[in-house]
Design a protein around this ligand. Structure first.
Ligand SMILES: C[S@@+](CC[C@H](N)C(=O)[O-])C[C@H]1O[C@@H](n2cnc3c(N)ncnc32)[C@H](O)[C@@H]1O
Length: 264
């Protein structure tokens, strides 16, 4: 009797170890870097996003379309980013555009947070006065006055985002579209050290269920180093609290790289 009991104990222990191993394996799978050469992982990522948003149906058809468009070279990295935001950001949220440039991302964000309550806010910033001017006039032409009031623009470095975003604002998204201002001075670019400081700030202000989204350009001097900084930052975030992934074209080495860090 005793022996049988001890066997069954051993078997139960083995099963427990196996189950534990399986759980760890699942966690590892979630954190696996997305690579277009392994499209199976796309399903894995969509599942983990969905875990945090039980009210959203899976599969996510729009997201799938955009990702598939990207795989077949029909969708740009920024279009995929905007679509991913749509699945995270809700009306009334606070969002941060860390590099507003000409204002296209700022506009996409505003459309996601604006509602009748007027609670939604977009905090936009850029190190260049010209970029702030461009964004301001673009939004002036595109938005109605009520919508324009929801956007707050600042001529500062994104490493200082905590100076302008109110302390308890529910920040659901911080977006970075790195590099230089299209149509502007190409020598003024985002830099690894301030990008890292800004990522640390974004990590501090983001609420659970929020997203840090980056489009990283590697074709200009310093771009690759900046990507390495972003990757190192993302790789160190704990699996327990974060899902971090990267989309990168393998046969277009200069194509922009998409990085997402989703806070569970
Ligand atoms: C690729 S553009 C952004 C494009 C923009 N999101 C859009 O939709 O048009 C990159 C921007 O980052 C800005 N930038 C560079 N360094 C910065 C910094 N430290 N803080 C904030 N913005 C910065 C540049 O001035 C430039 O306008």
């Amino acid at each position: 009797m005793i022996r049988i009991r001890s066997h069954s104990f051993t078997i139960n222990r083995s099963l427990a170890v196996l189950t534990c191993f399986n759980e760890r394996l699942k966690l590892c799978q979630r954190n696996v870097e997305l690579s277009l050469s392994r499209p199976m992982n796309l399903t894995c990522y969509a599942h983990s996003i969905n875990d945090g948003h039980k009210n959203k149906a899976f599969p996510l058809p729009e997201l799938k379309d955009e990702v598939v468009g990207y795989i077949f070279g029909e969708k740009k990295a920024t279009e995929v980013a905007h679509l991913v935001w749509k699945h995270v950001v809700r009306e009334g949220d606070t969002v941060v555009d860390a590099t507003c440039g000409n204002g296209y991302d700022t506009l996409a964000m505003l459309k996601l947070v604006a509602d009748d309550s007027g609670r939604g806010r977009v905090y936009g910033m850029d190190i260049q006065a010209d970029a702030i001017k461009n964004t301001s006039s673009f939004l002036g032409e595109t938005l109605n006055p009520k919508e324009q009031e929801l956007v707050k623009l600042f001529h500062i470095c994104h490493s200082r985002m905590e100076d302008i975003v109110p302390l308890f604002a529910p920040v659901r998204l911080v977006s970075f579209n790195l590099g230089y201002l299209p149509g502007g001075d190409r020598s003024i670019i985002t830099k690894s050290d301030t990008t890292l400081l800004a990522l640390l700030s974004a990590k501090r202000i983001l609420i659970p269920g929020g997203l840090i989204s980056l489009v990283v350009y590697v074709g200009h001097p310093g771009g690759r180093e900046e990507l390495e900084t972003v990757e190192a930052f993302a790789s160190e975030l704990t699996v327990y609290n974060w899902v971090c992934c990267k989309f990168q074209m393998l046969n277009r080495p200069l194509a922009p790289v998409l990085v997402f860090m989703f806070k569970r």
